[in-house]
Design a binder for this molecule. Structure first.
Ligand code: NAI
Ligand code: MG
Length: 349
């Protein structure tokens, strides 16, 4: 079977283009073996464009991107651009405009990966973070800025519709995994309004998934268990802010930011989903071929899975796993890591 997909590529800033090149290299090898074609359009968005034109994400470009089957993103953000301009104007705008309400972040401790935990156990869970609501919607403001009487608000927005759709997605994912366990993480003892909406929704939707075991943890307790007993987690569903924080901790215990992949998913497929490494543009190592492209490569795997090619996605994971197992601590360039993983994928065919 031959399938052709249109892929929008936003390599972005710093190490973004370096790691994206390697992800595309691996994607091409997998695609070739599976009879898939990815027609790529590269979009020049990020710091360079902002300096040249003042644009972050022009409406016309957004509409063009919307016409693709999927998006592969590197990273955006640069010290030469005021903080937040690209992150809000480009990255968050894409997530909101394309209705990426599921921010998917799998965490797996691959054999041979150093972890700061003395006794990690078997870590294999996925965080389903709500992506379009919570405190990240920009529902706030400030007055008397810079005076002792400054007032600043950042209101967390939670809708029954928004909570239900992400909870439903998390239950479906839990049901498809061997352990069939879902943990809601919130702070419903203090944030009672949003927290009770989340709890009631999990209870109601859970009735439709009787074979999924449901657990609840306050977010502070969740950080304890992520450090002391991460093996207890299977699927975690949580709000935008808690999910942002928990997934950095999850990345830290499973080998660090160079391995953490993510998907900004629109499960209804009304617009393209976007796959990207969790890390940023790493200006401190940009242009030195030092970046680990593994997170970007695993993100390409998530992209394949989203498009319905689970076996091909698994080939990327297997190649990464084998590459990691063979690592001996000798430094390799970004290209060398990408090449090694691409060769392993090719050899699997
Ligand atoms: P960062 O993730 O770019 O870097 C944090 C540290 O991790 C740095 O020491 C960096 O060298 C290292 N690192 C990151 N990725 C790596 C990789 N693949 N291999 C090896 N080392 C790696 O986060 P930071 O420094 O807070 O942010 C830098 C810029 O990136 C900022 O402008 C920030 O806003 C932006 N950013 C963008 C994101 C995105 O595009 N999704 C996510 C996070 C930050
Ligand atoms: Mg983050």
């Amino acid at each position: 079977m031959t399938s052709t997909y249109s892929l929008a590529v936003v390599a972005g800033d710093g190490i973004g283009p370096e790691v994206t090149d390697q992800a595309l290299k691996v994607l091409d090898v997998v695609a070739e073996g599976a009879g898939l074609t990815f027609d790529r359009t590269a979009y020049d968005l990020g710091a360079r464009r902002w300096h040249a034109t003042g644009e972050t994400l022009p409406d016309t470009v957004l509409e063009e991107i919307r016409g693709h089957d999927a998006i592969l993103l590197g990273a955006v953000g640069d010290p030469s651009v005021p903080s937040g301009v690209l992150e809000r104007g480009l990255l968050l705008r894409l997530r909101f405009e394309l209705d990426h309400y599921v921010n998917l972040r799998p965490s797996k401790l691959f054999p041979g990966v150093p972890t700061p935990l003395a006794d990690p156990g078997e870590i294999d869970f996925v965080v389903v973070r709500e992506g379009t609501e919570g405190p990240y919607v920009g529902n706030g403001g400030a007055i008397r800025v810079g005076t002792p009487h400054e007032v600043a608000t950042e209101v967390s927005l939670n809708t029954a519709f928004g909570v239900e759709r992400v909870v439903r997605d998390a239950f479906a994912r839990a049901q498809a995994r061997p352990r069939r366990k879902l943990t809601l993480v919130h702070k419903n003892n203090v944030l009672v309004h949003a927290g009770h909406l989340w709890s009631r929704t999990v209870e109601a939707v859970g009735a439709e998934f009787p074979d999924v075991t449901v657990d609840y943890l306050h977010v502070d307790a969740a950080t304890i268990f992520l450090a002391t007993d991460p093996a207890r987690f299977d699927v975690i569903v949580t709000d935008n802010l808690f999910g942002d924080i928990l997934t950095d901790l999850a990345a830290a215990i499973t080998g660090g930011i160079g391995l953490a992949a993510s998907g900004n998913v629109n499960p209804d497929r009304t617009s393209p989903s976007m796959f990207e490494p969790v890390h940023g543009s790493a200006p401190d190592i940009a242009g030195q071929s030092k970046a680990d492209p593994t997170a970007a490569i695993l993100s390409a795997g998530l992209l394949l899975e989203h498009l319905g090619h689970a076996a091909e996605a698994q080939r990327i994971t297997a190649a990464v796993e084998a590459d990691i197992a063979a690592r001996d601590g000798q430094p390799r360039s970004t290209q060398e890591v990408g090449e090694a993983i691409a060769e392993r994928v090719a050899a699997e065919v």
